[in-house]
Design a protein around this ligand. Structure first.
Ligand SMILES: O=P(O)(O)OC[C@H]1O[C@H](O[C@H]2O[C@H](CO)[C@@H](O)[C@H](O)[C@H]2O)[C@H](O)[C@@H](O)[C@@H]1O
Length: 252
């Protein structure tokens, strides 16, 4: 990139900036991330964290992020936005509360009490990573959760040992495309690790801008690596790449 001032750097949170851990509440950001993002933010048009997390959660799990220059968090797949200390977004859909009320009975009927529920406000995630049979539980949940989501106006977003029931009408690709247009970006890089990041990869490809798609590689998700221009070794590799970028921008 020879024009950093026109670049948007888009980054997923879990599995990209934050190493995957069993408990989502403990997925603290990589210790080097706030510093390298702050250095990057000084050079580029914007740093955009595009995540399925609520922006407030990403900021809680990323102490120091709120001080990164030119940082925007597009959370809840783009439904909710944090910028300069303010959070904005439409009201949560009523379907989320209805689904949350029905989930315990559904899980009991499937004898899947060892899966965990993450209440995200405008979405609810059902995690199987800590269950006795993570892959089997995921397979058994797929159809019942799709049915439950559909009956309450929600869709299912699959991820790494998680099925998230969330409102339709927005995804990371749309969120990133809208942001690139809003900022009149002249180039873009997106870094992600999970299936929800594929739409952002597509947004980069269809933007017509010079762009790079980077996969934060893992054995759990292989499709993203197939579609990436560059694969790095998980969050450690992402940080090393960002450090290289900062070095190159500082020298130019
Ligand atoms: O868009 P992202 O920032 O990648 O968020 C996607 C989901 O990530 C979280 O779950 C994942 O990370 C957890 C912590 O490492 C891990 O335990 C879980 O197995 C992963 O699926 C988060 O909890 C979800 O709410 C996000 O939607």
């Amino acid at each position: 990139m020879n024009d950093p001032a026109g670049a948007v750097i888009g980054l997923d949170f879990d599995g990209t900036l934050s190493p995957i851990v069993p408990d989502p509440a403990e997925a603290v950001i990589h210790p080097k991330a706030p510093e390298v993002l702050a250095e990057l933010g000084a050079h580029v048009l914007a740093v955009a964290i595009v995540t399925g997390r609520p922006p407030a959660t990403a900021l809680e799990l990323g102490p120091g992020l709120a001080d990164v220059p030119r940082l925007v968090v597009l959370g809840h797949y783009g439904f909710e936005r944090w910028e300069a200390g303010q959070i904005s977004g439409p009201p949560p859909p009523p379907g989320v509360l209805e689904v949350e009320a029905r989930l315990p009975l559904l899980l009991e009927s499937l004898d899947l009490q060892d899966v965990t529920i993450e209440d995200k406000g405008r979405a609810v995630a059902v995690h199987t990573r800590r269950s006795s049979d993570p892959q089997g539980a995921l397979a058994r949940l797929r159809d019942p959760l799709a049915d439950l989501a559909g009956r309450h106006g929600l869709v299912v977003e699959p991820g790494r040992f998680v099925l998230e029931l969330r409102p339709p009408g927005m995804d990371k690709g749309q969120a990133l495309s809208l942001f690139l247009a809003e900022r009149a970006a002249r180039s873009v890089m997106f870094v992600g690790d999970d299936l929800g990041d594929l739409s952002a990869f597509a947004a980069v490809r269809f933007s017509g801008l010079p762009g790079v798609n980077v996969c934060s590689g893992s054995a759990e998700v292989t499709e993203l690596a197939r579609q990436a221009d560059l694969v790095v070794d998980g969050p450690d590799g992402v940080i090393a790449l960002l450090e290289e970028l900062v070095g190159a921008f500082s020298r130019s």
